[in-house]
Design a protein around this ligand. Sequence first.
Ligand SMILES: [Zn+2]
Length: 110
Amino acid sequence: MKFTSKRMQREADCVALMINRYCKDHHKAQSPPCEQCEELLHYALQRLHHCPFQEQKSTCGKCPVHCYKPDMQNKIRKIMRYAGPRMVFTNPIMSLHHLIDGLKKTPERQ
Ligand SMILES: [Zn+2]
């Protein structure tokens, strides 16, 4: 799935990376993502694609709109909690971007 804005593309790359990382460590997938994680990744990208805020959005963890289905939200939360802190070492630039993006306030929805 392609995103038109740099910001959204970055967000997409970020979530893909985290899912792969989690999958490699937890599901011992030879070439992550495994089938189950692939499904979650696809879902995450779809949510991003339909995000009403697009470039204006804060990071998903801080978003007031919980657009994930509850079971998908549980899965992604677990993955972020695991992979997030590790990203600081493996992908410091991306983590920094994420930190900066997270300072942005999500606009009020009209
Ligand atoms: Zn997996």
